[in-house]
Design a protein around this ligand. Structure first.
Ligand code: HEM
Length: 524
């Protein structure tokens, strides 16, 4: 017989009230259990469930290979970069509450954040330091991935996504640098937008007047006008606070998802037991992984093998707590470092941006000073051609180097020798070309009437870039190894970027003249 619908009639019984009271008492524990659907993570099963049942933690597999947990495998750089991005998102969203994206109000709103808003100074400092550190860690992370050959199959696409992340990180840094609208920001916008219109240098040099309009289009799109003003600042604001962070979040999600799909962090197939000494081991015994040659398929319904669970399952440990502990250590170190820097060093804020008083020298943020050095010879070469060649070169690495070098281990003696050779060669070439330019001038000083196209093509930046590419092709030819060719290219590019950045930062002063130290700059 069916139960009558609705509440039972009559007075509320003692039992009903008692049950309600007992339910109220156990509400916290029941609420907790409804969210965390298993007991305390004390057994293999509940530890695995802690990972797989959580939206945030299930970017990990339930078990992590012990190779991944060696300190030298990743150096924690990917995690550090991710943590810094989260810090930037958090502090950035709060800064948005106070920042006003108009040329009339931007500077004062930043000043208010710095001097008036409670905690605003710390917030701004943390945001600025996390930006600088993230640019640093993303470059180091890319270098670790490269030197452990972790871009090799099946991770080529993830390397490509990584190159996208590198570009997005730099773009976020630059657009953020422009927002305070102080002298630094204003003149960085001038440099940046001139670069965006630098194709006109080529059309002018070749007398292609009809294409002039087209060449200036990127600058006009970036500024929303022919002049630097409100429309431009709003575009920088939109890029920095909406378009770039959303793209970055999407790219990071794909990046992490791909790491899972590609079978976790890369590792060699011939790991020796002594290489795993010092990595964590499961304290709770597990069963079933007795046959080292057995491949474990995704599930019984999926035939064949899966990169998720390959050979060597017996050398994995539970991600809870081992991988999480490792990530917590990296996160705590990064938080402590950012806080310390933010407490002791203020983010700079100069006078309000003034189009009539050029900042001399007007410098871009440090990570673009290497390019600015080349821009000082030719805007097109430094702002467009060399960055484009570098990004395309980086993106193509996994597709041009198809050698069978195993991923996971750092470079061996042979690879290291090419790293040193390439580094020394590029270093000497950078110093030589810049030295000639500083001491004797360049083509325009020697041949005042020379067509600009020659200076676009031949300047210290293009010479080094061309030499790095040529050296890499030569090495591939000489050693018959695309991996060694890639090493020469990547190392050369890093040294080129590093040395030009150092030079632009330290040795360039007013009028972009050479000075040994900033203390020698003339007073003005
Ligand atoms: C916002 C920037 C980035 C974030 C947050 C990020 C995050 C991560 C994390 C957490 C890992 C796993 C742990 C580790 O390797 O340290 C990883 C691995 C990886 N990353 Fe990135 N990454 C970024 C940029 C890049 C760049 C610029 C590249 C290369 C151009 C790159 C290529 C890779 C590859 C290929 C792997 C797999 C490495 C392996 O299996 O050994 N990532 N990334």
């Amino acid at each position: 017989m069916r139960e009558p619908a609705g509440e039972p009639e009559g007075p509320v019984t003692q039992d009903g009230l008692g049950a309600l009271l007992s339910n109220v008492r156990s509400l916290p524990i029941n609420l907790w259990r409804s969210i965390i659907r298993h007991g305390a993570p004390t057994s293999n099963r509940t530890r695995s469930q802690s990972i797989t049942n959580s939206l945030f933690l299930h970017i990990h597999s339930a078990r992590t290979h012990r190779w991944t947990l060696r300190k030298s495998t990743t150096l924690g750089l990917g995690v550090a970069t991710g943590v810094l991005f989260l810090i930037l998102l958090g502090t950035g969203v709060m800064l948005m509450l106070f920042y006003k994206p108009t040329t009339a109000e931007a500077y004062n709103s930043i000043k208010d954040i710095h001097y008036v808003v409670p905690g605003g100074r710390l917030l701004r400092n943390v945001h600025r330091w996390a930006t600088n550190l993230m640019i640093f860690t993303v470059i180091l992370h890319m270098a670790r991935v490269f030197y452990t050959a972790a871009y090799k199959s099946p991770r080529e696409f993830n390397w490509l996504i990584g190159v996208g992340l590198l570009v997005l990180t730099l773009a976020l840094g630059f657009t953020g640098y422009c927002l305070p609208w102080d002298q630094l920001a204003y003149w960085a916008v001038v440099i940046g937008t001139n670069i965006a219109g630098s194709t006109s240098e080529v059309t002018e040099a070749l007398n292609l007047d009809g294409l002039q309009h087209l060449a200036m289009a990127p600058r006009r799109i970036l500024l929303g006008s022919d002049y630097i003003g409100d429309a431009g600042l709003l575009r920088f604001y939109w890029l920095h606070c909406v378009a770039l962070p959303i793209s970055m979040t999407l790219f990071i999600a794909i990046h992490l998802w791909r790491i899972r799909k590609d079978g976790g962090i890369s590792r060699p197939t011939d790991i020796r037991p002594e290489e795993l000494i010092g990595t964590p081991e499961d304290e709770l015994p597990h069963e079933g992984f007795s046959d080292p040659n057995k491949r474990y398929t995704l599930s019984a319904v999926v035939p064949g093998s899966s990169p998720h669970v390959g050979l060597d399952v017996e050398n994995t440990v539970l991600s809870w707590p081992h991988a999480l502990k490792y990530e917590m250590v990296v996160t705590s170190c990064i938080l402590a470092l950012v806080l310390l820097l933010a407490i002791f060093f203020d983010a700079p804020l100069k006078e309000p941006g003034n189009p009539n008083v050029p900042e001399n020298p007007a410098k871009a943020p440090w990570y673009f000073l290497g390019l600015q050095e080349v821009v000082s010879y030719s805007a097109f070469a430094g702002g467009m051609a060399i960055p484009a060649l570098s990004v395309i070169g980086l993106a193509l690495i996994p597709y041009l180097d198809r050698s069978t070098r195993q991923p996971g281990r750092w470079s061996d003696a042979k690879e290291r020798s090419r790293i040193y050779q390439s580094a020394v060669f590029t270093l000497v070439l950078c110093i030589a070309t810049i030295g000639v330019q500083v001491r004797f001038g360049w083509l325009r000083d020697w041949f005042p009437d020379i067509n600009q196209i020659w200076i676009i093509l031949i300047n210290p930046g293009t010479i080094v870039m061309f030499a790095v590419i040529a050296m890499s092709v030569f090495e591939t030819f000489r050693s018959r190894s695309t991996r060694l060719g890639a090493i020469v290219f990547f190392t050369g590019l890093l040294v080129f970027y590093g040395l030009f950045t150092y030079f632009g930062t330290v040795h360039r002063g007013p009028n972009w003249d050479f000075y040994w130290w900033p203390s020698q700059w003339p007073e003005h």
